[in-house]
Design a protein around this ligand. Structure first.
Ligand code: ATP
Ligand code: MG
Length: 743
């Protein structure tokens, strides 16, 4: 590996960051400035300096980002060692440590992961049992918020609320019962994965004694517990790199701490901070409009971000007669752009970004009608479909039968004539006796327990046949690794023993074919997963540490299940398939990504900012994130009436008069010649006009002639004059054929 080769394709600040010898390094910069690119290059550079990949932790925000980063590092280092990095989301990294060393803090082997649906099911059950008045969803988010806001490392403990209202008391009780239920089901929820990993590393710091470098992307969206984890990962060797952008902090509602950067400076006063000031993603016009939106937030710390691209065309803002019309307009525009740009763009180059997933229905219908393939990110997950979830529940119960909720869902699915009320009564009995449903069922079947719940003869027989399926499958999981049933074999075993296909036909009539295909897809995924572990692509095994007792964490089934539970946004066809697809995504899930053409529909008051959102600035940042995903064309729109038929008004983030000249608000759609000229820019490779050098200049205002007068939008290669606050000379030129920056 040639370390110098890694430093090409970097500007001066990026270069300095990648090859910095600082103990703690913070890269704070705007969207599209190459933060992720820099972090990836720095990881590769550290490996080139001789660090072993299994001693380097790289934390990313989503599973998809982790996968992309691994690929990019792979390309840079070219020796396949990227699969040995400890790379993933905070949750998946924590899970790895707990699977290996959890026994040191009394976590039972084969713990399962409660995803948010599981957590909600547990809370609903508690609320019902105690006849609480609190809303289960609110309780779930309060519980999660409380866990995520606790810095255990600083001696904090999860505090009881002092308030004495009935609601507060109910909540406290709910919290205790919830924790108890998780424990009895041998489950950790998402917050526990992080909290318990903090416990582990605090009590047994030698688990990470090998770690030589810690790198974190999207630092602005870390919470307190994740900050603690970072400190603990780096406890033996201080080599931390964080990258982030406070303007893109959009997870405050999930307890992300925008203040973590200040904490970082406090904890590591010698932190070297590097700014990146060039945007390599978006056209000048898109970037300037987005900056205009974010600059409305007067509390924010100003940063400089200059475009390296041609101006391009102004973002489009359109008002449509209704939500139907808006969806149709988007689809027509996609078809038109596709037609005008030929093979230059495929459907993968288009994204529709939504404030909330519930907005997708009409758009999906319109795309469907037009025969345009799409993938939906952040919507109903593949794994949440009933035919998939049921099979996964079987696997979860086989892996650890104390999972009450999973067991309760499958005990009569497919039907074994064990009635709802019987299941409910058994659950209550188990809860009352503080044992798991499985222990109770097993006791009944083996004649060791006389249940209070009276079971009729056929019911007891049916329960017994269910218990036997699970027991047989579990028996096949024991013994030496080579002899165990694989995950795929287990799935097939369940399908056979439960007459699963017949059940789908019976219950899902016409659509059973599609459902059966999904089942086949799950089998394919499990096969791929097994292969990727066997061939070492997905090597999640942590390095051995001398003197530490470690669990055998080679169990494929629990790895597979964890992968499913943590793959919050992965869905069937998420992989780049053979057919190109338009992406429909929530804005939250689009973080860090980019597309040539981006649509942001429903840009009205009540949608963005959302009527239930507490923090308007966070909503503005959300719009900023959405806008800065676009490379060449950005379309924003809103319908005259919302889904309740009420009149809408444009989002206040887009109404300031200063914004008007930046937006194209006239005409039904962009002129064909404009789209074609954008296509030409894309053909030449949109990036990298003259780099704007390392100026500390900050963009302040744009002269009028930045934007062409009506009818003259074809402006690639046009000369741009930007007034800069500092840097001496306010004028520079952008464009592929443009002369160098005037100094
Ligand atoms: P975000 O804040 O949205 O996560 P980011 O700062 O992480 O953005 P990247 O995704 O790393 O930005 O980079 C944005 C785009 O710019 C990518 O397509 C990347 O390949 C490109 N890029 C980054 N640095 C350079 C460079 N020095 N020269 C050319 N292209 C670059
Ligand atoms: Mg990024």
């Amino acid at each position: 590996m040639n370390p110098d080769g890694l430093l090409t394709n970097l500007n001066q600040s990026q270069h300095a960051a990648v090859s910095s010898f600082a103990d703690t390094l913070a890269i704070l910069a705007g969207p599209g400035s190459g933060k992720t690119h820099t972090l990836t290059s720095r990881t590769a550079w550290l490996l080139a300096q001789g660090l072993q990949p299994w001693n380097v932790i790289v934390a990313t925000f989503t599973v998809k980002a982790a996968r992309e980063m691994k690929e990019r590092i792979g390309k840079l280092i070219g020796n396949g060692m990227e699969s040995k990095l400890i790379l993933g989301t905070f949750h998946s990294i924590s899970r790895r440590y707990l699977a290996r060393y959890g026994h040191l803090i009394d976590i039972k082997k084969d713990f399962g992961i409660a995803d948010s649906a599981d957590s909600l099911a547990i809370i609903k059950r508690i609320v019902k049992r105690f006849e609480f008045q609190i809303d289960p969803k609110v309780a779930r988010s309060r519980i999660s918020g409380r866990k995520a806001r606790t810095s255990v490392i600083d001696g904090g403990e999860i505090k009881k609320s002092a308030a004495k209202s009935i609601e507060a008391e109910e909540f406290e009780k709910c919290y205790i019962e919830y924790e108890d239920a998780l424990k009895r089901s041998n489950l950790l929820d998402y917050d526990d994965l992080l909290l318990r990993c903090v416990d582990l590393l605090r009590e047994h710091p030698s688990c990470v004694s090998n770690v030589e470098a810690v790198l974190i992307d999207e630092f602005q969206d870390t919470n307190l517990v994740q900050f603690d984890l970072m400190r603990l990962f780096a406890a033996h060797k201080k080599c931390i790199t964080i990258v982030g952008d406070p303007d893109q902090s959009i997870y405050g509602f999930r307890a992300a701490e925008i203040k973590n950067y200040r904490r970082m400076l406090h904890q590591y006063p010698d932190t070297v901070t590097i700014a990146l000031e060039e945007n390599y993603r978006s056209s000048g016009a898109i970037l300037l409009t987005a900056l205009n939106v974010i600059e409305q937030d007067s509390s924010r710390v100003a940063k400089s971000l200059l475009p390296t691209h041609t101006v391009g065309t102004r973002p489009v803002l359109r008002k449509l007669a209704g939500a139907h019309k808006e969806a149709e307009w988007i689809v027509t525009e996609i078809q038109r752009i596709k037609g005008l740009t030929g093979d230059l763009l495929d459907l993968n180059d288009f994204a529709i970004l939504l404030r909330s997933a519930s907005l997708s229905r009409l758009i999906e219908t319109s795309l469907g009608k037009a025969g345009i393939a799409y993938r939906m990110v952040g919507g109903l997950r593949f794994y949440d479909r009933v035919e998939i979830k049921t099979l996964l529940d079987y696997l979860r119960v086989i892996s650890q039968p104390d999972n009450n909720d999973a067991l309760a869902r499958i005990i009569n699915t497919p039907s074994r004539r064990i009635g709802e009320s019987t299941i409910k009564s058994l659950l209550e009995e188990a809860d009352g006796a503080k044992i798991s449903l499985w222990s109770l069922a097993l006791g009944i079947v083996q004649g060791k327990v006389t249940a209070k719940t009276k079971l009729k003869n056929p019911t007891e027989k049916n329960l017994s046949s269910f218990v036997n399926i699970i027991l047989t499958a579990r028996a096949k999981m024991g013994g030496p690794v080579e002899e165990r049933m694989s995950t795929v074999e287990l799935i097939n075993f369940v399908i056979k023993k439960t007459d699963y296909e017949e059940w789908l036909v019976e219950h899902h009539g016409d659509v059973h074919k599609a459902r059966w295909e999904n089942v086949q897809e799950l089998i394919t995924q499990a096969t791929d997963f097994q292969d990727s572990i066997s061939f070492g692509y997905e090597d999640e095994t942590l390095p051995e540490i001398e003197g530490l007792e470690q669990e055998d964490d080679s169990d494929h089934l629990s790895k597979f299940l964890a992968n499913v539970a943590l793959a919050s946004e992965v869905k069937k066809n998420d992989e780049e398939g053979p057919t190109a697809q338009v992406t429909i995504s929530t804005i939250h899930a689009a973080k860090g990504l980019e597309w040539p053409v981006v649509f942001v529909p429903a840009a009205y008051q009540g949608s963005i900012p959302h009527s239930r959102a507490e923090d308007t600035n966070e909503e503005r940042r959300l719009l900023y994130v959405a806008m800065t995903r676009a490379k060449a064309l950005l379309y924003m729109s809103y319908p005259l009436k919302n889904s309740q038929g009420e009149d809408t008004t444009l989002s206040p983030f887009l109404t300031p008069p200063s914004l008007a000249p930046h937006l194209d608000q006239k005409g039904p759609s962009l002129r064909s010649s404009t789209i074609q000229s954008i296509a030409q820019i894309l053909r030449r490779g949109l990036p990298s006009a003259e780099s704007i050098s390392q100026s500390s200049a900050s963009l302040l205002s744009v002269e009028d002639d930045l934007f062409p007068k009506e009818g003259k939008e074809d402006v690639h290669d046009m000369e741009v004059r930007l007034s800069c606050i500092t840097g001496g000379n306010p004028t520079f030129t952008m464009g592929q054929n443009a002369p160098k920056r005037r100094r």
